[in-house]
Design a protein. Structure first.
Length: 572
C-alpha cells in the first residue's frame, strides 16, 4: 500500500503532498488539468527512465517520494540481495532528477541503482495506462496469474516440480563438473590434493586452538599468576591470623558450647565443612603454584603451533572443527574425480531417474494448468462482458519451452526443464469477432489492455476478487465506455480494491462514485505561471466533483442530486 506521495517540480506541478487511503482511490479533473502527472510520478517510483523534460520550468531538480507499507516478503529479497536491511515494515523511496543529468534513487535514505528500483518496483506498484502498460504482456506474470487461478490446489504440483527440478539440477551440475575437459579436471584434482595435504600435514585436532590460546595466556602471565596464587595462600593459610587457623579456633569454640547452645552443633558442622573445603583449596593452590612457571621455550612452541592453525583457519574455516569437516568434503570430491569413469556412470543413472521424476511432475503440472486455463478463460469472458468487451475473445496458450538437444524429451521434442515447469504461457486476445487472437502486445490497445488486466486480475483471484500485494494503478481504464458498462467497471475496480489498494484516473462519474477516497486534480494560472494542485475531497466536495463530471462546468441542483444518488447507491 502507498500511504504518502510527495512531488516537487514535476511538469506543471510545483509541489504536492498526497495521503492515500486503502481500497479504491480515484483521481479526476477536467481535461488537461494534469491527472497524468500523478501517474508519471508513480511511474518514476516504478523505475522507468526519466527525462529532464519532466522538470518544471525554472527548477533544477524534480523529486518524487513515496512511502509504502508493502505486503508479503517478495519486496525484501531484492533489497537483501543488494546488502540492504529493510527497516521495519515501511519503505521510503525517493527519486531525484536534475537538469545536470544526475538521476538518483534512494531507498530509506540509502542510495541505490535504478536497476534495483526496477527489480523492487513490481512488488510495490503495477501501472496500466494508455501510453504504456507495465506487466500484463510479461510471460512470467501471465504464468503466475494462471497458477494463481489454481488456488490452493496449485501448491502441491508446483512444489513437486520445484523439488524434482532441484534434485535433477544438483546431479546435473555434479556430472558437468566430472565431464569437464581433462585439463580442468586434473587441475582440480591437483588443487584438492594440495589442500588435503596442507590440512593433513597440520595434524589438526578439533578444538585444540582454544586450549592453546588459553595455555598461551597462562605462559605469557606466569609470574603474575604465581604472585597472585602465593598471596592468596599466604592470606588464607600462612599468616598467624590466616583464615584457616581462624576457622579451626571458631570450630573449637563452638564445640565447647554444644551442651548448652542448641544451635552450636549445626554451626560447628558448617564451620567444619568450610575448614575441609579450605583445606582442599590449599592443596590445589600449592600444587598450582608449583606447576606455573615461565617457560619461554614452551611459549614459543605454542605460538608457532597457533600460527600454523590460524593460517589454516583463515583459509579453510572459522574453527578447527570446520576445517576438519571441509577436509572430509574435499576428500569425497577428490575420490569422485579420481574415479571419474565409475562416478560418471553412476551419476548418469541417477540423473536419468531424477529427470524422469521431474518429467512426471512437470506433465502433471501441465495437465493442471490446462484445467486452470479453461477456468481462467471462462471467468475472464464473464468480466469482459461488463467492460464493453463482450465480443472480445481471450485464450490461454500453453506450449512446452522447446530446446534442441535438451536431455528432457516430451512428445518427441527436446524441452527446457525449469523449477516452474516446462510450459510457456501466452495470453491471446482478439477485441473483435472474426479476427484471429494474437499476443496481447500486438493486438490490444492501451485501454483494452487495462480492462483486460482488470478482468484477468479478478478472474485469477477467484470469487472474492480482493487485491493483494502491489498497488494497482489504472490510467483512464474507462476510455471508450459509458453508461451501465461504466458503472459495471467501477464496481469491478472497487471489488478488486478490497483488502488492497487501487488507483484509477477516470473521467466517468459512474467510476468515481465507487471510490473510497476521491482526489481532484485542478489547474490554474497564478502570476503568469500554470500550476496544478491535487486535493483530497470532502464529502461535499466529492458530490460537487461528480456533479461536474455529470453536467460539465455548470453544476445544477439536478446534477448535484444525481451525484448524491450515485454515491448513495455505491455506499449502500
Amino acid at each position: 500500500m502507498l500511504t504518502d506521495l510527495h512531488i516537487r517540480n514535476l511538469a506543471v506541478l510545483e509541489a504536492a503532498s498526497i495521503e492515500f487511503g486503502p481500497g479504491f482511490n480515484v483521481l479526476s479533473g477536467e481535461t488537461g488539468a494534469g491527472k497524468s502527472i500523478v501517474v508519471d510520478s508513480l511511474a518514476l517510483l516504478s523505475g522507468v527512465r526519466a527525462s529532464t523534460e519532466l522538470i518544471r520550468t525554472g527548477a533544477e531538480t524534480l523529486t518524487v517520494t513515496g512511502v509504502f507499507r508493502p505486503e508479503g516478503e517478495a519486496w525484501r529479497r531484492p533489497l537483501e540481495a543488494a546488502g540492504l536491511e529493510p527497516q521495519g515494515d515501511e519503505l521510503v523511496i525517493r527519486r531525484e532528477v536534475s537538469r545536470a543529468g544526475r538521476n538518483r534513487v534512494f531507498v530509506d535514505d540509502q542510495p541505490v541503482t535504478l536497476k534495483l528500483l526496477a527489480d523492487l518496483a513490481p512488488s510495490l506498484l503495477r501501472i496500466h495506462g494508455q501510453r504504456e502498460e507495465l506487466g500484463l504482456v510479461d510471460p512470467e506474470l501471465q504464468r503466475t496469474w494462471l497458477d494463481r487461478c489454481g488456488g490452493a490446489q496449485a501448491a502441491a504440483p508446483l512444489r513437486s516440480v520445484a523439488k524434482t527440478f532441484d534434485a535433477y539440477r544438483t546431479l546435473a551440475l555434479r556430472l558437468e563438473r566430472l565431464t569437464g575437459d581433462e585439463r580442468a579436471r586434473q587441475e582440480r584434482i591437483d588443487f584438492l590434493r594440495f589442500q588435503l595435504s596442507e590440512i593433513d600435514g597440520a595434524g589438526l585436532e578439533a578444538g585444540e586452538e582454544d586450549a592453546l590460546r588459553q595455555e598461551r595466556e597462562v605462559l605469557r602471565h606466569a609470574e603474575a599468576i604465581q604472585q597472585g596464587l602465593s598471596q592468596a595462600a599466604e592470606v588464607l593459610f600462612d599468616r598467624e591470623e590466616a583464615a584457616h587457623g581462624a576457622l579451626a579456633r571458631a570450630l573449637q569454640a563452638l564445640q565447647g558450647i554444644v551442651d548448652w547452645e542448641p544451635a552450636a552443633a549445626a554451626w560447628a558442622g558448617e564451620v567444619e565443612e568450610l575448614e575441609i573445603r579450605l583445606g582442599e583449596m590449599e592443596s590445589a593452590l600449592r600444587r598450582r603454584i608449583d606447576e606455573v612457571e615461565a617457560d619461554p621455550r614452551r611459549l614459543d612452541a605454542v605460538e608457532d603451533r597457533l600460527a600454523v592453525l590460524e593460517r589454516l583457519l583463515s583459509k579453510y574455516g572459522a574453527t578447527s572443527a570446520d576445517v576438519l569437516a571441509l577436509r572430509d568434503r574435499l576428500d569425497g570430491e577428490l575420490a569422485e574425480l579420481e574415479d571419474a569413469e565409475g562416478s560418471h556412470a553412476e551419476l548418469e543413472a541417477q540423473i536419468t531417474e531424477a529427470l524422469e521424476r521431474y518429467r512426471v511432475a512437470a506433465e502433471k503440472l501441465t495437465a493442471a494448468r490446462k484445467r486452470w486455463a479453461k477456468r481462467l478463460t471462462t471467468r475472464v469472458h464473464e468480466h469482459l462482458r461488463g467492460l464493453a468487451l463482450g465480443k472480445a475473445r481471450f485464450e490461454v496458450d500453453l506450449e512446452p519451452r522447446r530446446r534442441q538437444g535438451s536431455p528432457l524429451v516430451v512428445g518427441g521434442h527436446g524441452v527446457e526443464p525449469g523449477p516452474l515447469g516446462i510450459d510457456h504461457v501466452t495470453y491471446l486476445f482478439s477485441p473483435n469477432p472474426g479476427e484471429e487472437a494474437g499476443p496481447l502486445a500486438k493486438v490490444a490497445s492501451g485501454g483494452e489492455l487495462s480492462r483486460l488486466y482488470l478482468a484477468v486480475q479478478l478472474a485469477s483471484r477467484g470469487d472474492d476478487g480482493a487485491a493483494a500485494g502491489a498497488t494497482l494503478v489504472f490510467d483512464e481504464v474507462d476510455t471508450g465506455i459509458g453508461g451501465a458498462e461504466a458503472a459495471e467497471l467501477g464496481a469491478k475496480v472497487r471489488r478488486l480494491a478490497r483488502g488492497g489498494q487501487v488507483f484509477a484516473v477516470t473521467h466517468l462519474p459512474q467510476v468515481a462514485s465507487q471510490a473510497d477516497t476521491h482526489f481532484k486534480v485542478k489547474k490554474d494560472v497564478q502570476g503568469g505561471r500554470t500550476r496544478t494542485a491535487v486535493d483530497r475531497l470532502s464529502a461535499d466536495g466529492r458530490v460537487e466533483e461528480i456533479a461536474r463530471m455529470l453536467a460539465g462546468s455548470k453544476i445544477t441542483e439536478l446534477s448535484l442530486s444525481h451525484a448524491r444518488e450515485l454515491i448513495t447507491e455505491t455506499d449502500g
